[in-house]
Design a protein around this ligand. Structure first.
Ligand SMILES: [Zn+2]
Length: 279
């Protein structure tokens, strides 16, 4: 039976789709093309808030958007990102493009590019915004992942208007995209949106799709990249960096083996997480 309700984006009362938090097109790349036989054991979910990295093919969905708004998200961001992100070790168009460009800055922390230097950079901004916004504005229930982030009322509404084509991108939001530059044996990884407030007082939100991690820095407080954004009159930076040299990689190595949520273990994990929720 059709679900009728108010769409999160256009606010109109319409039939609602079973929307994905991380688009199905991103999952499908990994599941159907690369790992048709055992997709579950190759998709890793990171959860920093509870220090776990788990393997699962589970997707997080909610009746949240109407079909028109789903189409808008697809056309303005998802489709392009799904085509240019990591597909396999021989097909990663964004990294190939970056390797042809002149970097803006090179350091031990990676090779930095201005966002506007890549093709269709607006689609990356739109895609990242659509994920952070839906994580904040929607209700996402999952026993395996905690997905609630809060962008704050003002930013959440500003971003909704931007996504709906009724306003410019809000001020004081900066996007950073880490691109995994490891030449082979990349780590297909999904991390649902998570947030933390840094000691400098600004909010840092993040999520990961295979070989791309998106960060939103929100607020007018100082942060270490802020000067760089301002000097270059941009709010998007792209950093090409070997994933295996990052703290995230260490995190997975340290935490991945703790839980393998299959069959009985999956039930145990679910029970454990539900118990934790009660405290
Ligand atoms: Zn809608």
């Amino acid at each position: 039976m059709a679900k009728i309700g108010n769409c999160g984006l256009c606010k109109l009362q319409k039939e609602l789709m079973n929307s994905h938090l991380i688009p199905a097109s991103i999952f499908n790349i990994l599941m159907t093309k690369n790992f048709p036989n055992k997709p579950e054991s190759n998709l890793i979910f990171e959860d920093y808030t509870r220090n776990i990295a788990i393997t699962s093919s589970k997707q997080v969905t909610s009746y949240f958007l109407c079909d028109d708004c789903e189409q808008l998200f697809s056309k303005n961001g998802e489709k392009h990102v799904a085509e240019t992100c990591y597909i396999n070790d021989n097909n990663f168009k964004l990294l190939e493009e970056l390797n042809q460009l002149k970097p803006s800055h090179v350091s031990s922390k990676g090779i930095l590019y201005l966002g506007e230097s890549i093709r269709d950079w607006q689609k990356f901004l739109y895609f990242a915004t659509s994920i952070f916004w839906r994580a904040s504005a929607g209700k996402w229930n999952s026993e395996l992942v905690q997905t609630k982030i809060s962008l704050g009322e003002k930013y959440q509404e500003g971003l909704r208007l931007y996504l709906y084509g009724q306003a410019d991108f809000p001020k004081n939001i900066y996007l950073l995209i880490d691109v995994d530059s490891d030449p082979i044996e990349k780590t297909p990884l999904i991390a649902f949106p998570q947030s933390n407030k840094t000691k400098e007082g600004f909010f840092k939100h993040r999520f990961t799709i295979p070989c791309l991690t998106f960060y939103f820095f929100i607020g007018n407080k100082y942060h270490n990249l802020k000067d760089y954004y301002h000097q270059h009159n941009t709010n998007i930076l792209i950093n090409s960096i070997s994933f295996k040299k990052t703290n995230d990689y260490d995190f997975i190595l340290k935490n991945q083996c703790k839980i393998e949520p299959k069959g009985k273990r999956l039930k145990e994990l679910t029970k454990k997480i539900n118990e934790q929720k009660q405290f």
